[in-house]
Ligand binder design. Structure first.
Ligand code: SF4
Length: 452
């Protein structure tokens, strides 16, 4: 028999009634998804839902999914399979799929035997409380996948943040239509948040002790709100008391504004780190990807950035094995990576995504064996470059913001302004504290030093 308790309004409710008000959100994929999960939690909290500690104690399990790579899809498919068992044990449990995969694979998810009760795309989270109640009351499946040209969740400030950095989405969607990318299909058109609203959110965060924010968007240099561009937004955020570091990700190389370069160069709170996705080093492949820039333009932009911003840390994303990529074209990617000498890189094997232009018009014709061979060579080259770049820091002293403990006992871990990981012997500093650290040793991924 259901146990009866009273809710916040003094009404008598049973376990069965309260259980569907207890939600667990599990997140996959990028930082934008992490941020969106906080938005979902906040929307549900405001609508009398509570947050469960685990899937076992939740009446509603929401998977906030990613569609960027096939691996991410497979992981979520197998997680849905596992959760079907939990649904059998805990009758009445509602299983929902949110995010990019919901948008991308709606037909598959709506098939009879998936066990998924609810599907909501990235612009439908405000409807979740009603959708969950309907599934609970009717047992019918609910889905809402309409993409909006306006939704920015500007009025939902996530309140439950952890760590030393707070992510803030300042824009959503993307209009670039790179042929390999599913984001324009799953997240819709570009739209920017009102800057005053972003500033309010940052002020709230500083009130909770945050000193660092990372401004997020699929393409931040397209940020625009009534004459307010991204450079102005960073300047406005830097004027907020309590903010010490501002990071952002990711800009598109095609339209990197001079005003943004100037802000990064001159504003002491704007971190000297730019993540500039290259994707490929061959002009033919860049064109097939619809990246709308050439390797010559990219190299010149990277050189200009380094000349304007002393000490700049430059990182990138690269895809190998894009359809029709030849060995010579891959060699061009190796050559650009060698020429620019990024501090670090995220390197991926091409994986075909449904609904993208590439999937419709270009067969995935590079074998996995060749993709693997290419990525191994690229990673090997990049490790050596990262090591050389880090060696340039031997003897430098950096102001490091402590994030927590390192892997070794009595060791602290933090990041310098350029976002490089720095480890050093424990000084008793706490997360969020700043410590000057002199670098004495380096690896390709880490700077090792002592507090000075
Ligand atoms: S810029 Fe290209 S890769 Fe980035 S989100 Fe937009 S379409 Fe995808």
């Amino acid at each position: 028999m259901d146990k009866a308790t009273t809710n916040g309004n003094g009404q008598l409710v049973t376990d069965k009634q309260t259980r569907h008000k207890s939600v667990f959100v599990e997140t996959y994929g990028c930082q934008m998804n992490e941020y969106d999960s906080e938005i979902v939690r906040e929307i549900l909290r405001r609508n009398d839902f509570t947050l469960a500690e685990s899937v076992d104690s939740a009446g509603v399990i929401l998977l906030n999914t990613c569609a960027i790579r096939e691996g991410a899809h497979d992981k979520i498919r197998s997680r849905i399979g596992e959760l079907r068992h939990i649904k059998k044990q805990n009758k009445g449990t509602i299983l929902g799929v949110l995010g990019c995969m919901a948008q991308n694979l709606k037909k598959e998810l709506l098939e009879d035997n998936t066990g998924v009760d609810l599907i909501a795309g990235p612009d439908s989270y405000k409807a979740l409380p009603v959708m969950i109640d309907r599934v609970h009351n009717t047992g019918e499946r609910e889905f809402k996948l309409t993409l909006s040209e306006y939704e920015t969740y500007a009025d939902v400030f996530p309140t439950n943040r952890h760590g030393t950095n707070a992510w803030i989405a300042v824009m959503r969607g993307c209009d670039n239509y790179c042929t390999f990318c599913v984001v324009p299909m799953t997240r819709g058109r570009e739209r920017s948040r009102d800057p005053y609203n972003v500033i309010e959110e940052v002020k709230q965060l500083t009130g909770h002790g945050f000193k660092q924010v990372t401004l997020l968007g699929q393409n931040v240099n397209s940020y625009k709100f009534k004459g307010f561009d991204f450079a102005k937004l960073i300047t406005a955020v830097s004027r907020i008391d309590g903010i010490e570091r501002i990071r952002f990700t990711s800009p598109h190389p095609k339209d990197f504004p001079e005003s943004l370069l100037e802000v990064v160069a001159t504003n002491p709170k704007a971190c000297k780190h730019i993540h500039l996705p290259l994707q490929a080093g061959s002009n033919r492949v860049l064109d097939a990807m619809n990246r709308t820039y050439t390797r010559e333009y990219f190299v010149e932009l990277a050189e200009r950035m380094r000349a304007l911003i002393p000490g700049l840390v430059l990182t990138t994303d690269v895809i190998v094995g894009f359809p029709t990529e030849t060995e010579d074209e891959f060699q061009e990617t190796l050559a650009v990576m060698h020429e620019v000498k990024f501090d670090s890189a995220f390197m991926f094997k091409y994986s075909e995504r449904k609904e993208t232009m590439a999937s419709r018009t270009m067969p995935d014709d590079i074998s996995d064996e060749i993709k693997t061979d290419r990525i191994v060579r690229l990673v090997d080259q990049q490790r050596q470059i990262s090591y050389q770049r880090n060696q340039l820091h031997l003897g430098d002293t950096f102001n490091v913001m402590v994030e927590g403990y390192g892997k070794k006992p009595k060791q602290l871990l933090g990041r310098n302004d350029g976002n490089k990981i720095v480890v050093f012997p424990d000084t008793g500093a706490k997360p969020g504290d700043f410590v000057n650290v002199k670098i004495e040793e380096v690896t390709p991924n880490t700077l090792i030093g002592v507090a000075v």
